[in-house]
Design a protein around this ligand. Structure first.
Ligand code: MAN
Length: 224
């Protein structure tokens, strides 16, 4: 026989338990239930509560484990230069910038998605998700961080999946300065960001990036 208590949702448990206690009292005083049966019924409620607590603890452990996993992944990205030589791009992870151009508002969420939203109605097209930095540049160089690729957006009618090449340069603000569509459904965003304002004359691999490659230890920075 299954124990009903084990299947009652948290939110209903108190309600259920109050009714159960009332019913048991009534049946005991009417001589229908004996004391031993009452004790067993109470054991059931205790077991159900303990099980609920155990489930909650298990959920907390699972949540913590996924936090650990995603933190480890972030540390690895910081280590391998995915977020720039000094981790400066980490601050922009999830930051969204947008601009109006023609009939559309174009949005770019760094390391997330690019989107084309209609200014006339609520329709929108995905222009793709972050795939990586410049393909034909040496990792860690200024050139490498000057281009981001967003790929696999919504399929273009009779054409490719929409995609964006973002061309980045140094600027005071994170902003999209122009949007063009050089080929059908292949977009080019120009954008500026302080993250690309490297020290004058430096374009090569920075010392931090080289060090991070040979040295697995991570130096996490709170501020840019
Ligand atoms: C929509 C937009 C345009 C694109 C056409 C292609 O209108 O995404 O940018 O050129 O579809 O059919």
């Amino acid at each position: 026989m299954y124990r009903l208590e084990e299947y009652i949702p948290d939110s209903l448990f108190e309600y259920y338990d109050a009714i159960r206690v009332g019913l048991v009292d009534f049946l005991t005083s009417a001589g229908i239930l004996r004391k031993r049966e009452v004790e067993l019924a109470e054991d059931g409620a205790h077991v159900a509560k303990a099980r609920e607590r155990s489930n909650a603890a298990q959920r907390a452990v699972t949540d913590l484990q996924s936090t650990i996993t995603s933190t480890e992944q972030t540390l690895q990205k910081l280590n391998n230069g995915e977020f720039g030589p000094d981790g400066e791009w980490k601050k922009l992870d999830g930051t969204c910038i947008s601009t109006v151009s023609g009939d559309y508002t174009y949005e770019l969420c760094f390391f997330g998605r690019a989107t084309q939203k209609s200014n006339k109605d609520s329709s929108q097209n995905s222009l793709g998700s972050f795939e990586g930095w410049a393909e034909n540049a040496e990792k860690g160089t200024l050139e490498y961080y000057s281009k981001q690729r967003y790929r696999n957006g919504a399929k273009c009618w009779n054409g490719p999946f929409r995609s964006v090449n973002v061309e980045l340069s140094c600027g005071k603000e994170n902003e999209i300065t122009s949007v063009t569509e050089p080929e059908k459904c292949e977009y080019k965003f120009k954008a500026t960001t302080p993250a690309l304002c490297w020290p004058e004359g430096e374009t090569g691999k920075r010392p931090q990036a080289a060090q991070a490659e040979s040295e697995p230890e991570v130096e996490v920075k709170d501020e840019l």
